[in-house]
Design a protein around this ligand. Structure first.
Ligand SMILES: Cc1cc2nc3c(=O)[nH]c(=O)nc-3n(C[C@H](O)[C@H](O)[C@H](O)COP(=O)(O)OP(=O)(O)OC[C@H]3O[C@@H](n4cnc5c(N)ncnc54)[C@H](O)[C@@H]3O)c2cc1C
Length: 334
């Protein structure tokens, strides 16, 4: 395999309700950082119906070239149809690397494309870098039940492909004045190529205050010992205008839905302030947290989270939570 034929760090864009998803901006920001080291251009592909107008958004986030694949048959995600069109484009273009978001869409599409271009996929990546000696992209992700971080490289095949967790990387500032080229790619799809017939879309019930959008997260773990005590987290989150998050054992107890779980098998979050009440700081939890300020309260001063936190309070939550809530109320009443 002659690697010199393979050029460009590609990002496969996601569009929902006519808008580019935030994670696509995050991926473009990372692609730019990688490209600065490898010398590749950053290229993006956008598929759908009525998506051409969104190409400039991708340029604003860092794409040099945007390939647009427009067809009413691409209006809704269909694995077989998307694989056919995108697979053909990528086989022809020969990217050096392809970044998908680790969303339901990206998780379905990435292995299909990897099979089309005959390479592997690193799933659920949380760190990206370039090996200075080899120029290979290093895709890092929790492995062995989250107990280690594994660095995965692809020394023998191109393209290098991975899915990257949303909210793991910062969203770069969009620069509307950035220039790039937009290339319209003819779509050859017919109805026969569709793997599914879409009859109706039933939207999932809208989550109230989803944690992935929250600036303040009041999260709790097994250090909270009853549902009555747990209700105090909701009270505090309401007072602070935040959302409640949880470690896995709490969701397993059914005190919070799975949508509130943070970590390796839950969501990645990036709030301004993250309260960790009675959370030990297991790697499988912490790998999903990227906060500007972390405040941990734990009765064990040696719990791993106490090292990671910006502010660590050694206290029993039984005493701490009611006192803290009363103090917040006092300040807010002033
Ligand atoms: C493959 C795999 C995937 C996983 N995915 C996830 C995931 O996505 N998210 C996740 O969270 N976990 C996940 N886990 C589980 C993870 O390994 C930990 O077991 C879990 O995060 C621990 O939750 P915790 O911190 O609430 O509980 P614990 O580890 O039991 O910690 C409880 C903490 O509360 C403190 N405490 C106890 N009582 C009090 C009190 N009265 N006052 C103050 N502090 C108190 C204790 O000192 C302790 O530090 C996963 C595990 C595996 C194997």
């Amino acid at each position: 395999m002659d690697f010199s034929d393979y050029k460009g760090i590609y990002v496969i864009a996601e569009v929902r309700d006519g808008k580019v998803e935030k994670v696509t901006g995050e991926l473009l920001g990372q692609a730019r950082k990688l490209a600065e080291k490898t010398g590749d251009p950053v290229e993006a592909v956008i598929l759908g119906s009525g998506v051409k107008e969104r190409a400039q958004d991708l340029i604003a986030y860092g794409a040099d070239v945007v390939y647009v694949m427009e067809s009413p048959l691409l209006a809704h995600y269909d694995g077989m149809a998307y694989e056919k069109e995108l697979g053909a484009l990528l086989k022809e273009k020969k990217p050096s690397a392809i970044l998908f978001a680790a969303t339901p869409y990206g998780r379905d599409l990435a292995p299909r494309i990897a099979s089309a271009v005959v390479c592997g996929v690193t799933a659920d990546v949380t760190e990206l870098s370039v090996d200075e000696k080899t120029g290979l992209i290093v895709w890092s992700r929790p492995a062995m039940g989250g107990n280690i971080m594994a660095d995965i490289i692809s020394p023998q095949y191109r393209p290098q492909v991975g899915t990257v967790r949303p909210s793991t990387f910062d969203l770069p500032e969009a620069d509307a004045s950035r220039k790039g080229s937009v290339v319209e790619v003819p779509v050859t799809l017919t109805e026969k190529d569709l793997g599914t017939i879409l009859k109706e879309i039933i939207p999932a019930p809208k989550e109230e205050n989803p944690i992935e959008e929250a600036q303040i997260i009041v999260a709790g773990g097994r250090g909270i010992h009853s549902e009555e005590e747990w209700a105090q987290l909701h009270e505090l989150a309401d007072l602070l205008g935040g959302s409640v998050g949880a470690s896995r054992p709490i969701c397993e107890l059914g005190w919070e839905p799975h949508s509130a779980q943070i970590g390796q098998t839950g969501k990645s979050v990036a709030p301004h302030i993250y309260f960790a009440f009675g959370i030990s700081g297991a790697m499988q939890h912490i790998c999903g947290v990227k906060a500007d300020i972390m405040i941990a309260v734990n009765r064990d001063k040696n719990a791993p989270i106490m090292e990671m936190a910006d502010y660590a309070v050694t206290a029993d939550l039984k005493d701490f939570l009611p006192a803290f809530i009363a103090e917040v109320k006092k300040i807010q009443e002033k």
